[in-house]
Design a binder for this molecule. Structure first.
Ligand code: FES
Length: 182
């Protein structure tokens, strides 16, 4: 995860506003404070061709998903797919899984792992804790708290108030997060 993306993720989950930008580049992803200019740069410099790749490089689109269409439009414009003979078609530009649509088990697992790794773990590590994914069964996610979190009297609050709510906000509103029984 790039430094900028990591900072944006931490600011987002702390509830802090995005870092002010030094120029007027349009904000595309509100969840991770990623601008159009950053997305265009990532596409050009890394040869990105799909929304998923843009998310992997910049984190844009890794939260609520509301910006997926916008990212697809930027990809379309940058790659000039409307006229290029090399274009692979619009299908691979479509958002992988807009919020509200049904996710396959694989899509859900990938999203849960991404949010756990990129957003939730960094936050818990800051407080001397950690988290491990134990299992995903449908919409039930089982995790184990580690480090200081494991012995914290408010571990239930961490699981339900922070981990579950973060995953619900970012992926699906009816996800359930349970703590693994020792
Ligand atoms: S606005 Fe981009 S993921 Fe939420």
């Amino acid at each position: 995860m790039g430094q900028e993306a990591l900072e944006a993720a931490i600011r987002h989950w702390r509830g802090e506003p995005p870092r002010p930008r030094s120029h007027e580049s349009r904000l595309v992803c509100k969840c991770f404070a990623v601008t159009e200019e950053q997305i265009v740069k990532a596409i050009r410099e890394n040869g990105l061709t799909s929304v998923e790749e843009v998310t992997n490089y910049t984190k844009a689109g890794g939260g609520c998903g509301d910006c997926h269409e916008d990212i697809a439009g930027i990809l379309e414009a940058v790659l000039n797919r409307g006229t290029s003979p090399l274009r692979g078609g619009i299908a691979d530009l479509r958002p992988p899984s807009p919020k509200g649509s049904r996710l396959s088990n694989i899509q859900r697992m990938q999203k849960v792992m991404t949010i756990l790794e990129d957003v939730i773990r960094p936050r818990l590590l800051q407080d001397g804790g950690d988290i491990e994914l134990v299992d995903i069964d449908g919409k039930v996610v089982t995790v184990a708290l580690l480090g200081l979190c494991a012995s914290c009297p408010s571990s239930r609050l961490t699981v339900e108030g922070f981990v579950q709510q973060t995953l619900r906000d970012a992926i699906e509103p009816d996800l359930i997060v349970k703590e693994a029984t020792p």
